[in-house]
Write a protein that binds this ligand. Structure first.
Ligand SMILES: [Zn+2]
Length: 263
């Protein structure tokens, strides 16, 4: 793991080797902090906790951007604090629990499964993350996964996008949803409308500064337009076999054929 790096005062980002997964830490005035998507391996979480302790920072709350196994991890070293997610994400994490446990056992073995995926819905269903540090607004949509929550930090101008707006991954749709394209487009529109974003942190990939954010939005919108057209196409981010497989699956889904041919 590349250790915690301050991208702007009060916002730290660590990047794991696995899938270039980011974890974001929001620092409060009194040494309390909010930990978003701690990931991925047991060693990564131990290093994150050690970095926080070394910097005199104590987690006060956690947030999971969405109900995929690599975003709902936790370690006792990070403390026994409330871990929030959007209500739709909490519900999905509950119903997919066994499947996600199988994935974490395969991809990142050794985590304390008692802590895995233990999320509480945001009070009142939405709005800011309830903690006593800098304001953290949650932007909820169903693109990529049910109850996907991006976090906007208006004071720092940072948008923690979850699994959207990546420079190394294509948009990954929730192909089991009724309207995967519509859900994703609605999510992108919400993110594009957030005012005052100066830093963008994707769930996988590299932090973008203000000059690059528009390109990320345009790249994802272009991908969705080409997908909607239903013709084969390529995307420069399709560099890994699993991304090419996902791309083909998405093409089949939007052209009306599921991967098992049942339509
Ligand atoms: Zn995901």
């Amino acid at each position: 793991m590349r250790r915690l790096r301050e991208i702007t005062p009060g916002v730290l980002v660590a990047t794991a080797d696995a899938y270039t997964t980011t974890s974001t830490v929001v620092v409060g005035d009194d040494g309390g902090c909010l930990v978003i998507d701690p990931a991925v391996s047991v060693a990564d979480l131990a290093a994150l906790a050690a970095d926080l302790a070394g910097a005199g920072l104590r987690p006060r709350a956690g947030f999971a951007t969405h109900p995929h196994w690599d975003h709902v991890l936790w370690s006792s070293d990070l403390g026994d604090v409330p871990r929030y997610a959007a209500p739709g994400a909490v519900a999905a994490a509950g119903s997919w629990r066994e499947e996600m446990i199988a994935q974490v056992r395969q991809e990142a073995p050794g985590h304390d499964l008692e802590l895995f995926g233990r999320l509480a819905p945001l009070p009142a269903g939405a709005g800011p993350i309830p903690w006593d540090g800098p304001a953290a607004q949650v932007i909820i949509h169903d693109g990529h996964a049910p109850g996907h929550g991006a976090v906007f930090l208006p004071g720092a101008g940072v948008l923690v996008a979850g699994d959207m707006l990546s420079d190394i991954e294509i948009p990954l749709l929730d192909v089991d949803a009724d309207d995967p394209l519509g859900d994703y487009r609605a999510g992108l529109r919400l993110l594009a409308a957030v005012p005052g974003v100066r830093w963008l942190v994707p769930g996988h990939g590299h932090v973008a500064g203000a000059g690059e954010i528009r390109q990320r939005l345009d790249a994802d919108a272009r991908y969705l337009d080409l997908l909607a057209a239903g013709e084969p196409f390529d995307d420069p981010r399709c560099t890994q076999p699993w991304l090419r497989d996902s791309h083909q699956q998405q093409l089949r889904r939007v052209t009306g054929l599921t991967s098992d041919g049942l339509g």
